[in-house]
Write a protein that binds this ligand. Structure first.
Ligand SMILES: NC(=O)C1=CN([C@@H]2O[C@H](COP(=O)(O)OP(=O)(O)OC[C@H]3O[C@@H](n4cnc5c(N)ncnc54)[C@H](OP(=O)(O)O)[C@@H]3O)[C@@H](O)[C@H]2O)C=CC1
Ligand SMILES: CC(=O)N[C@@H](CCC(=O)OP(=O)(O)O)C(=O)O
Length: 354
């Protein structure tokens, strides 16, 4: 039941570092149906030595390699690496890889281009500043050309992905003010990873929901970095994430002030035009707002635009699946671009509904 190559070419040999985590499992699930890929190596830390089916029973029967420690890998037997390790553990690992390997890093370790800003938000010095200079930020729809020639791509965070997809086109066209952006975001609990933490226990997350990282979440500088790039000046956002009692899914409800003379219909038309040729990003019709279940387990993003009662203001509702477009799906999308495969290959599943 391993993946079969229908393209005629030799499949590339892929290694997944952190395969015993949630994003690692999603990479395996989707890559199993990718015709240009052979899953050649899977790593874990505490779970090393086990068959992956022991850690994830849903992945039994696919002929997958066992989980091993990173230092047991033969890099010469691999062509491409997905790095799905916790942030802070990744910089030295990727900096130490032989140069024939292309890499998509799902962690936050290479997303901030300024190491000084990284040190402020992540609490330690950046450990691979030379490599940082060549890493490309992989919000695919906005960086396709640079991703195509990159050796190492930093996959965006889930909150930044859901926030930037609606905001970048509107800000770059001068349709919204850059100083009045409020992002109220919600994530499913899988966003916190599979590691056991008290805050993620059933009794802590069920039957209620909570804000966290209020006023200081580390995705703020990532969002602001990318908005600054299109605005041409510093942008400060108000961003509050919430943990909601569902396994997967993410919604960013974004409040913006339109520039003088701009209407909500202008915003919707600009987003629809920007994404008309994009396979994974859609804009809902007037009066329709997207829900997380409309993109569940898919690489799709959906954006709704509605007038606010406050004059001159609009509300953008943006949904993704945090584990797919917010992580593993976008990582495969980036691999497809880096390797010259069809961009939707292996990730063209329709959303799972209900
Ligand atoms: N979950 C999400 O929705 C998203 C996650 N991300 C990012 O992707 C990365 C992976 O996230 P996720 O899959 O949720 O994390 P998990 O906690 O579920 O998995 C982490 C993986 O890394 C391994 N690992 C942990 N510590 C080390 C170490 N010191 N050395 C080597 N391997 C180690 C774990 O192995 P073991 O199980 O053996 O301990 C496990 O395989 C993170 O950087 C995360 O921030 C990005 C976007 C969204
Ligand atoms: C629910 C939850 O805890 N979510 C994570 C974000 C997941 C993600 O995208 O984080 P990285 O930047 O680490 O890749 C958080 O808030 O830290």
């Amino acid at each position: 039941m391993a993946s079969t190559n229908t393209s005629g070419g030799t499949p590339i040999r892929v290694g997944i570092l952190g395969a015993s985590g949630y994003t690692g499992a999603e990479l395996v699930r989707m890559l199993l149906r990718h015709p240009n890929v052979t899953i050649a190596a899977l790593t874990a830390e505490r779970q090393a030595g086990k068959p992956i089916a022991e850690v994830f029973p849903h992945l039994a029967g696919y002929g997958l390699p066992d989980l091993v420690k990173i230092d047991a890998l033969d890099w010469n037997a691999l062509d491409f690496i997905f790095c799905a390790l916790p942030h802070g553990t990744t910089q030295e690992v990727i900096a130490g890889l032989p140069s024939h390997l292309k890499v998509v890093d799902l962690s936050a370790d290479f997303r901030l281009t300024d190491p000084a800003e990284y040190a402020v938000w992540y609490g330690h010095e950046h450990r691979a500043t030379d490599l940082q200079k060549e890493v490309v930020y992989g919000l695919t729809e906005f960086n396709r050309a640079a991703v195509a020639t990159a050796r190492v791509v930093a996959n965006p965070g889930c909150y930044p992905t859901s926030s930037l997809l609606p905001l970048l086109p509107l800000l770059s066209k001068g349709l919204i003010e850059s100083d009045r952006i409020v992002i109220d975001a919600k994530s499913g609990v899988s966003g916190a990873g599979r590691d056991a933490k008290q805050a993620n226990l059933f009794c802590e997350v069920s039957e209620g929901f909570a804000a966290y990282g209020v006023g200081h979440h580390r995705h703020m500088p990532e969002i602001e970095q990318e908005l600054r790039g299109v605005a041409g000046r510093p942008v400060t956002v108000s961003f509050t994430p919430h943990l909601v009692p569902m396994n997967r899914g993410m919604m960013a409800t974004i409040y913006v002030r339109m520039t003088d003379g701009v209407t909500v219909d202008d915003l919707r038309a600009a987003l629809a035009a920007r994404y008309a040729d994009e396979p994974f990003v859609g804009v809902t019709p007037a009066g329709v707002n997207p829900a997380t279940r409309h993109v569940r387990a898919s690489n799709h993003a959906l954006i709704g635009v509605t007038a606010d009662r406050a004059p001159g203001c609009a509300i953008l509702v943006s949904v993704i699946d945090n584990l797919v477009k917010g992580a593993s799906g976008q990582a495969i999308q980036n691999m497809n671009v880096m390797m010259g495969f069809g961009e939707t290959t292996g990730i063209d599943q329709a959303p799972l509904f209900p």
